[in-house]
Design a protein around this ligand. Structure first.
Ligand SMILES: [Zn+2]
Length: 136
């Protein structure tokens, strides 16, 4: 546990949170600054900075908990859909404890997850595909 990490303190029960679900590897609780009703954070119990590149059991557990809680939120809130995302590295906010956002969505909500998108260039795509596949 990192004493200065607010998510570690929630996991340890030293900081209050509205916990929706917990198991041996993960905890899911309501975000203190929700984008929508039911905005939930899913965190591993262990302090790791990255979900996507964490050890396989940890990463799998986080996304399994996202699925479990999404199913419950679907039943309770009947949203129009969900946005699920996580951010890591220097782009992350003020908590470096890996977390996935589970955001119930409505077609008329104010959430904006905009991406400035380009076109996939065939040569670049073939090169990248080859490089990634070579390490898998
Ligand atoms: Zn932590």
């Amino acid at each position: 546990m990192h004493d200065d990490c607010q998510f570690c303190r929630i996991v340890a029960g030293e900081r209050a949170a509205h916990v929706l679900y917990e198991d041996e590897r993960t905890l899911a609780f309501l975000d203190e600054n929700p984008a929508t009703t039911g905005h939930t954070l899913v965190v591993p119990r262990t302090h790791v900075a990255e979900v996507a590149t964490a050890d396989e059991p940890t990463a799998a557990a986080v996304f399994e908990t996202v699925r479990t809680v999404a199913t419950a939120l679907e039943s309770v809130l009947e949203p129009d859909g969900f946005s699920v995302f996580h951010t890591s590295g220097p782009l992350v906010g003020n908590v470096d404890h890996a977390h996935a956002h589970l955001v119930p969505r409505r077609t008329d909500d104010d959430v904006r997850l905009s991406l400035s998108r380009g076109s996939l260039e065939p040569d670049e795509a073939a090169d990248l595909t080859g490089r990634v596949r070579s390490v898998l």
